[in-house]
Design a protein around this ligand. Structure first.
Ligand code: HEM
Length: 399
């Protein structure tokens, strides 16, 4: 075993609310400092009370994501799933080849980059409508006005459910993420049952009335109800929490750094790089887990079959060995930027092209309208240790 922690550093970082800013006991303060200390110890560190290894270096996070015959997903992807077994996989992310290959092949074509680029005019129309509701030069919660509704509207459209249902989808998607809301476990179960019932009915309705949406695709695929629910819930949640928080965090970073906003205004060709930097900077998925299939070695540590490894994308994305001395700085011109915000390898995010398109559309539409983007109030972060979330961010924009 490599070095053990004698303070509950990893446990606190991964279980007590990574971005809450109020980490307990000996672990107060800035979560990024904790991750830097973690990286200084080495690529892997053992979390004794959680019973898993924490992988903090870019290289090892990438390695463990690459070969599912060595590190699998079927034993859970979140640390609280350790020891749980499921009658059927709750998401595609909980599967390995060959099942995973078959499942992914079903939905991946609907998210191919060319199809996502073709969405641009519709995405622009959504963003324009939302920006129209934002008053000039006044404090507004950018989450409420823009970054929360926008990805939800898009996902409703892609799945093929009425866009006016987006507020319902918001609640459903929130309660699917542990720590994202104050609902009790019992309340979450009730709401989740309602969500699954709605989604199954929505897919079933497509059997009679098919369109060119993802639910019609699922309806025609001959899947069981469990499998349909698995896809529908995942596509609903994966496609908006992540995009919302990346945009919120990236816009806060830009608002706090007027020089970079100006630089982007002066050179629009930087928008794609800025979008990548927002993804790296926010690392909205903090970690996912894998389990060693057989005895193996990772980053110089010998692991036994059944050992769990938490792959901390948020740490890998600030790894100085890859991003150099400016790893801790927000730089919209960063290139190359091999961030792992979308994971890596077998389960690489299906929605990456959509997310990139959404972020770029928001940036371009805002740059078209506003010369000023500045902070104008509090930024409230969620307590989830899985999704780096922002509940509220007061910013002001001016023409
Ligand atoms: C900024 C936005 C996003 C981020 C940071 C993000 C992050 C991730 C990460 C880290 C994974 C890897 C999971 C693993 O290795 O176990 C993943 C997978 C996935 N993402 Fe995303 N995601 C984003 C947007 C989206 C969108 C817009 C969708 C589509 C609606 C989506 C759907 C999925 C699906 C279905 C998977 C599972 C892929 C598989 O198991 O093969 N994501 N995402």
């Amino acid at each position: 075993m490599s070095e053990m922690f004698h303070e509950p550093l990893t446990e606190a970082v991964l279980t007590e609310g990574f971005f809450a800013g109020h980490l307990p006991g000996t672990v107060g303060g800035d979560p990024w400092e904790h991750l830097a200390r973690l990286r200084a110890i080495g690529p892997l560190a053992w979390n004794g009370s959680g019973g898993y290894w924490v992988v903090s270096h870019h290289r090892e996070v990438q390695q463990a994501s690459t070969d599912p015959t060595r590190f699998c997903s079927r034993q859970g992807i979140l640390t609280f799933e350790i020891g749980h077994t499921y009658p059927s996989p709750p998401t595609m992310m909980h599967t390995d080849p060959p099942d995973h290959t078959r499942y992914r092949g079903l939905v991946a074509p609907a998210f191919r980059p060319s199809a996502m680029r073709a969405l641009q005019p519709r995405l622009e129309a959504h963003v324009r409508r939302l920006l129209d509701s934002i008053p000039n030069d006044q404090a507004v919660d950018i989450v409420h006005h823009l970054t929360m509704p926008f990805p939800l509207l898009v996902i409703c459209e892609l799945l093929g459910v009425p866009a006016q249902e987006w507020e319902k989808f918001y609640l459903w998607s929130e309660i699917s993420i542990p720590g994202a809301t104050d609902h009790t476990a019992e309340e979450r179960l009730v709401i989740q049952a309602e969500m699954v019932g709605y989604l199954l009915a929505a897919v079933a309705a497509k059997k009679a009335d098919a369109g060119d949406d993802v639910f019609s695709l699922l309806a025609a695929a001959g899947l069981t109800d469990f499998e349909i629910a698995m896809f529908a819930v995942q596509l609903l949640t994966a496609g908006n929490e992540t995009v919302r928080n990346t945009m919120s965090s990236g816009l806060v970073a830009l608002a706090n750094d007027p020089e970079q906003w100006q630089r982007l205004r002066n050179d629009r060709s930087l928008v794609p790089l800025a979008a990548e930097e927002m993804l790296r900077w926010s690392s909205s998925v903090i970690y996912f887990m894998r389990t060693a299939v057989h005895d193996t070695e990772l980053g110089g540590t010998l692991l036994s079959a059944g050992d769990h490894v938490a792959l901390v994308y948020a740490s890998a994305n600030r790894d100085e060995a890859v991003f150099g001395p400016t790893a801790g700085q927000f730089d919209i011109g960063r290139s190359p930027n091999p961030h792992l915000a979308f994971g890596f390898g077998t389960h690489y995010c299906i929605g990456a092209a959509l997310a990139r398109e959404e972020i770029s559309v928001v940036l371009n539409e805002m740059l078209d309208r506003y010369s000023v983007l500045r902070p104008s109030g509090p930024v409230e972060r969620t307590k989830s240790a899985i999704i780096a979330g922002i509940h509220r961010a007061d910013l002001a924009v001016a023409r």
